[in-house]
Design a protein around this ligand. Structure first.
Ligand code: ATP
Length: 243
């Protein structure tokens, strides 16, 4: 439904079975609540192993939670029609490296149901938006990390998603690449797109996000607006920097 929040998760638990006999368990998430309202850039901040990727994979219906519920736009994450409203950039995207950037984004557009002139025009539009028009005919294996991230973003944008889920889109980029990625995300919010931005880089989260949740060890330890969390002088930053 249109009034339902883009993301609503309640009491999410996830345990992974590990070890040779699958006889040990790792608790990746414990009673996680998460609500992201329309039009926000929402940050998920936390050190390695905090549970950020697991949360995103549950929202993307790639991992089944051990407990709790997750909804997108009021629908269960399994709902195929709702999935089409979501654009996703995984951590370290590894797109088909022998395709050109344009071929890769065209493929994503086809999977989203576009074809013909409409597809062609839309691909040109998103490649321009992420400043990859000049390199769109090069194979992806020749791209820098920042170019791969931007093509991955173009791939996510091609279907005009209402919700963008980005896993560490600025990690491993140089300062210019990070700035460029931040500007692209801000431009998406201007268009009304809701963004879930997952990162361990505090300045990126502070400069981009309207609200954020801090995860440590699979638990949400803080939640609020960036101003609230910064002015509260909570030890959030110390906790996160150690990761
Ligand atoms: P990172 O920034 O390193 O990606 P993260 O915050 O995204 O960290 P997760 O990847 O969600 O954290 O991992 C949370 C915990 O679950 C970690 O202890 C991790 O080792 C464990 N884990 C994640 N995926 C699996 C898996 N497929 N099998 C077993 N354990 C896993």
């Amino acid at each position: 439904s249109p009034e339902a929040p883009p993301i609503h998760a309640q009491g999410l638990h996830k345990t992974y079975k590990v070890g040779f006999w699958f006889n040990r368990t790792v608790r990746a998430l414990q009673s996680l609540d998460l609500q992201v309202d329309a039009g926000q850039i929402y940050g998920l901040l936390g050190p390695n192993g905090a549970g950020k990727s697991t949360t995103i994979k549950i929202l993307m219906n790639l991992v089944r939670p051990s407990g709790g519920t997750a909804r997108l736009f009021g629908q269960p994450v399994e709902d195929a029609a709702t999935r089409r409203l979501v654009g996703f950039v995984p951590e370290n995207p590894a797109p088909y490296e022998y395709l050109t950037g344009r071929e890769f984004v065209t493929l994503a557009g086809q999977l989203a149901g576009l074809s013909g002139q409409e597809l062609d025009t839309r691909v040109t539009e998103v490649m321009g938006a992420v400043e990859m028009a000049g390199a769109e005919k090069l194979q992806i294996r020749r791209y820098s990390k920042g170019m791969v991230q931007r093509v991955a973003l173009a791939q996510a944008l091609v279907s005009r998603p209402k919700l963008l889920i980005l896993d560490e889109p600025t990690s491993g980029l140089d300062p210019l690449g990070r700035r460029q990625m931040r500007d692209l995300i801000l431009a998406e919010r201007e268009k009304g797109t809701t963004v879930l931005f997952c990162s361990h880089i505090i300045p990126d989260v502070e400069s981009l996000c309207d609200r954020l949740a801090v995860l440590v060890g699979g638990r949400r330890v803080r939640e609020g607006s960036v101003q609230e969390l910064v002015s509260a002088q909570v030890p959030t930053v110390e906790v996160v920097v150690e990761g």
